[in-house]
Design a protein around this ligand. Structure first.
Ligand code: ASP
Ligand code: MG
Length: 410
């Protein structure tokens, strides 16, 4: 049988007992005849603790040194897990990102993986060893330690799985799979046995944060079969698949939402070429992500732009936009800080043109006003007042037939 890559997140390796439990699972997988590579995160809370210490010394600590610091979290875990594997009678060896030659670019704290050299890894595997690899870290051309951004161990695992052409990349976490929506909000939410890669991208980026979004993109690029499962509960989790859309594909697979949005409008901007770039650039340049952009022109030579930002960026974005408004002679800036985005996601939508209409009817029936709508082939997103978010998600979940059967006992 081929290689299985298993990734264990912070809570799964949060204590020594849990590390021993991980060792047991790895041992079982090995005994089933697979070659196993394990990628681990730092023990839960550890990365934050390390960052906290550095910030106490200097809020503006060097990003290079921050990476040297935070990468130690994963180094602790690989050693402890390897020790636990030895104790369980499993031949195993640990490797840091550097030892494994996880090559990245030089953007400290958010480096991108360029290449994974597998010679060392394969050598150990050929000797029958389980290899325990530190997630989240790599090294650049000049041998500096780099890290991949928060939650980056998911991406490390997918990169290793891609490089080894693994049979499966299993992400063990504290949830037992991907749900039709957040079960904390909708108790009737169901675990999905499979979700397509495209749907997963939408679900992850829209707020169902199970995996680091970059890991999903990476998996898609190399068609790595990716499975999300629980470390604490037996089960087959959710498989992220690359199947073609067919007649049986569900029309709506899930409801994603994002609570913390804010909306800004700049009104009465001169309707001229390149105005959108001029108006939005200062915000992008400040590192603020912009979403759901709409431009409207009424034919009077003026245009309005509306877009959303994360609520944390609202104040800064308002300041920047107000400055631009003066520069270009716009009428003014308006905003709303308490906006939420709700999206229905499903690859089967393309041949069901009535889906958006159903969504609008459901929201209308609940008296929920939509401020903005945007669509793609596999999703429809609307902006609503945050106070109606829960009602909207629950009603849509029911209307699109996603609620679990009551006898399933949830
Ligand atoms: N330890 C890193 C973090 O806390 C990476 C990871 O857990 O994936 O973000
Ligand atoms: Mg994580």
């Amino acid at each position: 049988m081929g290689v299985i890559v298993q990734k264990y997140g912070g809570t799964s390796v949060g204590t020594l007992e849990r590390i021993e439990a991980v060792a047991e699972r790895v041992k079982r997988t090995k005994e089933q005849g697979h070659d196993v590579v394990v990628v681990v995160s730092a023990m839960s809370g550890e990365t934050n603790r390390l960052i906290g210490m550095a910030k106490e010394l200097d809020l503006d600590a060097s990003r290079r040194e921050m990476d040297v610091l935070v990468s130690t979290g994963e180094q602790v875990t690989i050693a402890l897990l390897t020790i636990a594997l030895h104790k369980a009678g499993v031949d195993a060896v640990s490797m840091t990102g550097d030892q494994m030659r996880m090559k990245t670019d030089s953007s400290h704290s958010k480096a991108r993986i360029l290449d994974v050299e597998t010679d060392n890894l394969k050598q150990h595997i050929a000797e029958g060893k389980v290899v325990v690899v530190a997630g989240f870290q790599g090294r650049d051309e000049l041998n500096n330690i780099t890290t991949l951004g928060r939650g980056g161990s998911d991406t490390s695992a997918v990169a290793v799985a891609a490089a080894l052409k693994a049979d499966e990349c299993q992400i063990y976490t504290d949830v037992d799979g991907v749900y039709t929506t957040d079960p904390r909000m909708v108790p009737q939410a169901r675990r999905l046995d499979t979700i397509t890669f495209e749907e997963m991208l939408e679900m992850a980026s829209l707020g169902a944060k199970v995996l680091q979004i970059r890991s999903v993109e990476f998996a898609g690029k190399y068609s790595v079969p990716l499975r999300v499962l629980s470390s604490f509960k037996e089960g087959s989790g959710t498989l992220i698949s690359y199947e073609e859309v067919n007649m049986e594909s569900p029309v709506v697979s899930g409801i994603a939402f994002n609570r913390d949005e804010a909306r800004l409008t700049i009104c009465g901007v001169p309707d001229e070429p390149s105005m959108a770039a001029r108006v939005l650039s200062p915000i992008g340049d400040a590192g603020i992500d912009i979403d759901m952009i709409v431009q409207n022109t009424l034919g009077d030579g003026k245009a309005d732009f509306t877009f959303t930002v994360h609520r944390d960026d609202y104040r800064r974005a308002t300041e920047l936009l107000t400055a631009v408004a003066k520069e270009v002679g716009a009428k003014g800036v308006q905003g709303d800080e308490h906006i939420a985005k709700v999206s229905i996601v499903g690859v089967g939508m393309w041949n069901h043109p009535g889906v958006a209409k159903t969504m609008f009817e459901v929201l209308g029936r609940e008296n929920i006003n939509m401020h903005q709508i945007s669509t793609s082939e596999i999703k429809v997103s609307v902006l609503i007042d945050e106070k109606y978010l829960e009602l909207a998600v629950r009603s849509l979940h029911t209307a699109f037939g996603l609620d679990a059967e009551p006898e399933e006992g949830k």
